[in-house]
Design a protein around this ligand. Structure first.
Ligand code: B1M
Length: 209
């Protein structure tokens, strides 16, 4: 097997057994979990996207790398979650839309929102418009966050906004994911688009004002 010497390379190579000890070592050296995530793991999975685009990687490698990234994320997660008090926190419903199983970005956004004091109702991935709208109604969450990573599933965001409005609901909708743009968000009647997790927190706060 290829020798991997950095966290980023371990994600690219899909070598979870190599990644986890490196994560421990980085933590032991005092590196922050957030830095490991954003400077190593995320760039690694982005490299994988480029290799896949160039057809140097195929689905099996894509999967292995995603699993490796996920294992690293799972290790860091408890460190990224700050203690939250039990007081009433503003709610947000979060989901990756129907037909789309990409959830790494959504999970990062969810974690970041939790760390900023929001109660995140995470419906998971491949979630129908019906279920999303239902969860929004039940929870009374003022904001709904939708993630989509593919051009073929972006349209499901539009379905969700339409269904929400058809039901006479006025919840705000935030959309995100690699393929989503501000122009697209506007075109489907969403209330805003965030390019990354930091922007997502800022946007949710603004939408709730
Ligand atoms: Co797939 N995949 N994938 N994939 N995959 C992409 C998205 C793709 C761009 C790769 C490529 O061709 N270059 C391409 C889509 C092409 C397109 O439509 N334009 C693609 C494809 C085609 C596919 C399959 C169809 C492959 C196949 O089967 N032939 C298949 C689809 C399955 C399905 O969904 N039905 C598939 C499968 C997979 C895996 C399962 C192997 C795995 C996902 C594992 C998982 O998520 N649990 C996977 C991965 C890992 C990727 C790439 C390489 C990386 C995605 C990622 O995790 N990025 C991706 C390449 C790429 O994106 N360039 C690719 C890191 C993550 C932190 O970024 O998700 O963008 P991102 O999230 C960011 C921001 O976008 C934003 O904040 C996040 C943090 O900064 N954000 C939000 C995201 N959601 C937000 C929501 C918000 C706000 C901000 O508000 C609610």
């Amino acid at each position: 097997a290829r020798v991997v010497t950095t966290l980023r390379e371990a994600v690219v190579a899909g070598r979870r057994e190599a990644l986890l000890p490196m994560v421990e070592e980085a933590l032991a050296q005092g590196r922050k979990a957030q830095a490991i995530l954003s400077e190593d793991l995320v760039p690694g999975i982005m490299d994988v996207g480029v290799l896949y685009e160039r057809k140097e990687y195929f689905l099996p490698q894509l999967l292995l790398s995603a699993e490796t990234m996920q294992a690293g994320f799972d290790r860091l997660k408890p460190l990224l979650e700050e203690g939250q008090e039990a007081q009433a926190r503003p709610k947000i419903v979060l989901a990756t839309v129907e037909g789309d199983i990409h959830d790494i970005g959504k999970n990062i956004v969810g974690l970041m929102l939790r760390n900023h004091g929001f109660e995140v109702i995470d419906l998971g991935k491949d979630v129908s418009a019906e279920r999303i709208v239902e969860a929004a109604r039940e929870s009374g969450a003022p904001v709904i966050g939708l993630s989509a990573l593919m051009t073929t599933t972006m349209v499901r965001m539009e379905d969700t906004v339409r269904l929400l409005r058809e039901r006479g609901m006025s919840q705000k909708v935030m959309v995100g994911g690699a393929v989503v743009t501000d122009a697209f968000a506007r075109s489907i009647g969403a209330d805003g688009h965030a390019a990354d997790a930091v922007e997502a927190v800022r946007l949710v706060k603004r939408l709730m004002d």
